[in-house]
Design a protein around this ligand. Structure first.
Ligand code: DHK
Length: 151
């Protein structure tokens, strides 16, 4: 059976490429999602992506995915620092969870250092730009196939 990975993107990530490119880079969300889908599918995984600027829409997506996905990658964006609702919706899922941030949230304003997700995530990737998503995907696929090799 094909394993299914859900990728969630929070608010303003639909503006990647245009938004503060010195912090978030020049790639668009479409570019990132396409690269993730291609990488997942060539490794035999199914990957779905969802972006919303609305907290409730992200909660709805997580509820709809209940029991349907094997792993979750999330960049909650600004909701990282505020959302108990998304945290609770993630806790519905008994799956590995990887939190991704394009920028290094620990090197920026103090309010960005706190994440409502870091203590419930399997792991976190911060500060490596858009490539962090691909690294997170590789890690997730390795976790889901029980691979411990380093290459
Ligand atoms: C993206 C955002 O939109 C910010 O609100 C977070 C995160 C950081 C990122 O680095 O991907 O603080």
């Amino acid at each position: 059976m094909q394993k299914h990975i859900l990728v969630l993107h929070g608010p303003n990530l639909n503006m990647l490429g245009k938004r503060e490119p010195q912090i978030y880079g020049k790639l668009s969300l479409k570019d990132i999602d396409a690269a993730l889908k291609e990488r997942a599918s060539s490794a035999g995984f199914l990957l779905s992506t969802f972006q919303s600027n609305h907290e409730g829409a992200l909660v709805d997506c997580l509820q709809e995915a209940f029991g349907q996905v094997h792993g979750i990658l999330i960049n909650p964006a600004a909701f990282t620092h505020t959302s108990v609702a998304i945290r609770d919706a993630l806790l519905l899922h008994d799956t590995p969870l990887i939190e991704v941030h394009i920028s290094n949230i620990h090197k920026r304003e103090a309010f960005r250092s706190h994440s409502y997700f870091s203590d419930i995530a399997t792991g976190q990737i911060v500060g490596l730009g858009a490539r962090g998503y691909l690294l997170a995907l590789d890690a997730m696929m390795a976790i889901l196939t029980d691979k411990e090799d380093l290459m």
